[in-house]
Design a protein around this ligand. Structure first.
Ligand code: GDP
Ligand code: IMO
Ligand code: MG
Length: 427
């Protein structure tokens, strides 16, 4: 009864979608367990490119059952828009199962996300503006609306009215915005009920039964370790648990069922939005990484901040998640550099610090201490075995492996499914 977890080991956009898709044909279920349509996963299959936000990447694998777990926040308009878009392209989405306990992103939370950010000014988080933070805040505050509430109109109305009692005070008196209408919210949510009904299930039970029947379940994180609400660079984080622990709470699968944890890590580093990023580059190298790696957000189109590989971060992610295997992505993007710097430790106010500093202040002050590795100029996008890589590229991978706290089992040399080197099987 293997449950396998895929997590981002940096600040997101490491290539989790491609990794999930690679395993998709060999797993029975793919579960999204956290986040919502703040995620953006690009999957390239031959000449077809898919951008997924809310649906698990497993939706692209025929025969695999995609599950939206209880830990996810669901924007119903986006859900059906994404389903319709895939159906138009001939992808069968009829297998999708959604947890009755997943929370719904109501329109007032999209509004609040945007006005909160404006209100914060220079202290803003740089959120995706999708209503993610306010919806998780409502969940913790016990004011949330869940998928199951849509099937009991009286309860739904009570809950929306209850939430709006406070929200409308904030919207009108603090932010000077129009009050939200309970009737409009309820009406909009109810408009999805009939389409939603056949998809909704007790997904924790479904997954428990699947594991008991020896099916393989892949739990796919949105966001990443350094964006996790507990373990990330708080407060510059998302509002959900994007690490292995979140895979359990966000799906109802027990920790004892997890047999493997796959950490996805880029051969360099990127970040979208605000927050500390020690190896960030502001020079031509940063520009070149962005260009070579097409580092523009899948969700918001924002240019991603780019920097060199940060080994203490990878080690931190390995510890927090219990990573058994890394997938190293985008090695091809580093082609052409004479030498490649890797951050091996930090200088924090004159002192060498080898691991992730304990405090926010320490991390904000951290300056990278680099080691330099010889680069390569050969095009590596057609490499299919480790030995196909130039020796310097092999040495770079082995050096990262030695510093990052787990073996590097798979290497990405291009966006396509085929552009992958497997050193150790992931399942
Ligand atoms: P996710 O959010 O972790 O799923 O990652 P994104 O899809 O947001 O960003 C990763 C981007 O890198 C996507 O455009 C992928 O198609 C692309 N990608 C993934 N692996 C590789 C790789 O090994 N090489 C290159 N050049 N691109 C890759
Ligand atoms: P995937 O799954 C990269 C970032 C936002 C912002 C912070 C909080 O594609 O890796 P939110 O809207 O979640 O409240 O924003 O988190 N962020 C991501 N950055 N990849 C993502 O998802 C992200 N999801 C959220 O840019 O800094
Ligand atoms: Mg992404």
């Amino acid at each position: 009864m293997p449950a396998v977890v895929i997590v981002g080991a940096q600040w997101g956009d490491e290539g989790k979608g491609k990794a999930t898709d690679l395993l998709g044909s060999r797993v029975d279920y793919v579960v999204k367990f956290n986040g919502g349509n703040n995620a953006g996963h690009t999957v390239v299959i031959g000449d077809q490119k898919y951008a997924l936000h809310l649906l698990p990447s497993g939706i692209l694998s025929p025969g695999c059952i995609p599950v939206i777990g209880n830990g996810v926040v669901v924007d119903l308009e986006v859900l059906f828009h994404e389903i319709d878009g895939l159906e138009e392209r001939g992808i069968d989405t009829s297998r999708l199962v959604i947890s009755a306990n997943a929370h719904v992103i109501a329109d007032y939370n999209r509004t609040l996300d945007k006005v909160n950010e404006r209100f914060l000014g220079s202290r803003k988080i740089g959120t995706t503006g999708r209503g993610i933070g306010p919806t998780y805040a409502d969940k913790m505050n016990r004011l949330g609306i869940r998928i199951q509430d849509l099937f009991d109109e009286k309860i739904l109305r009570q809950k929306v009215e209850g939430a709006l009692e406070l929200k409308n005070q904030i919207l009108t008196k603090v932010y000077n915005r129009r009050a939200a209408s309970a009737d409009e919210i309820v009406e909009e949510l109810l408009s999805y009920v009939e389409r939603l009904r056949p998809m909704v299930a007790d997904t924790a039970l479904v997954l428990h039964e699947a594991l008991a029947a020896d099916k393989t379940v892949l739990l796919e994180a949105g966001q990443a370790t350094l964006l996790d609400v507990d373990h990330g660079t708080y407060p510059f984080v998302t509002s959900s648990s994007a690490t292995t622990g979140g895979a359990c709470t966000g799906s109802g699968i027990a920790p004892t069922a997890i047999t493997r944890v796959i950490g996805i890590v880029k051969a360099y580093a990127t970040r979208v939005g605000e927050g500390p990023f020690p190896t960030e580059l502001f020079d031509d190298d940063g520009e070149q990484l962005r260009k070579n790696g097409a580092e523009f957000g899948t969700t918001t189109g924002r240019p991603r901040r780019c920097g060199w590989y940060d080994a203490p971060i990878a080690r931190y992610a390995a510890r927090i998640n219990g990573v058994t295997d890394f997938v190293l992505t985008k090695l091809d993007v580093l082609t052409g550099w004479e030498q490649i710097p890797v951050c091996v430790a930090y200088d924090v106010d004159g002192e060498r610090v080898d691991e992730m500093p304990m405090t926010q202040t320490g991390f904000h002050h951290a300056k990278p201490i680099y080691e330099f590795f010889p680069g390569w100029t050969e095009d590596i996008s057609a490499a299919r075995t480790f030995e196909d890589l130039p020796e310097t590229a092999q040495a770079y991978v082995l050096a990262l492996e030695g510093m990052s706290g787990a073996r590097i089992s798979t290497i990405g040399v291009g966006p396509d499914r085929e552009q992958t080197i497997v050193r150790h099987d992931l399942l």
